[in-house]
Design a protein around this ligand. Sequence first.
Ligand code: SF4
Ligand code: FES
Length: 229
Amino acid sequence: MSKPAKKKASGPAKPKVGAPAPEKAGFINFTIDGQPVQAREGWTVLDTARQYGFHIPTLCFHEALEPAGGCRLCIVEARQGDWSKVVISCLYPPWEGVEILTSSERVQNGRRWILEMLLADCPASPQIRKLAREFGVVSTRFTAETQEEECLRCGLCIRVCEEIVGVSAISFGSRGVDKHVATPYMVPNDACVSCGSCVAVCPTLAAQTRLDKFRGDIALRTGHGYAHY
Ligand code: SF4
Ligand code: FES
């Protein structure tokens, strides 16, 4: 999917006089919270919202990477006539005439529910607790497997390692509640070039915590870097 080439505060440039009408020139006209907006072909709802300055919270999204739709925090409501659906804005393509609501009651309820799940997924993360508080969520009905976890398994670190650095030194190991970021076979991986990109994109301090844990431990630092998850 192509990304918006350059961000502008006021949305896409207007077509020149004499150019085809916007819908014929590859623009999609729709509304976000009642404001008319235009998306270019290939933009998602989130791409368009950001272009126009609408705030939609995200955790697993990074502009430099392909969206994966893992955290669900970026949900919005799409409406047309009597039809309505809650969708993941970082993946969802807009279409002509759709109405997008970024903070309807359905969206707010869904987002609070997701934040409760995140609080249980990574209870040791101050970033997640702070984010949850901003949406009025201070406790969770879900049970945490451990109180030590900071990683929300968003996969950003894995994707940056694969898509940008190009080495795929880390990936997800196991499944379900045991799913975790790991090097293959849980042993030091010489593919790691110690670039620190995984730490830079991590929305919690999980990747940094792992780096700090292994830094200085000579037994674990044989070979390259700190990707000894
Ligand atoms: S270490 Fe950070 S970036 Fe990687 S999956 Fe966990 S929370 Fe996401
Ligand atoms: S930011 Fe869209 S699902 Fe995580």
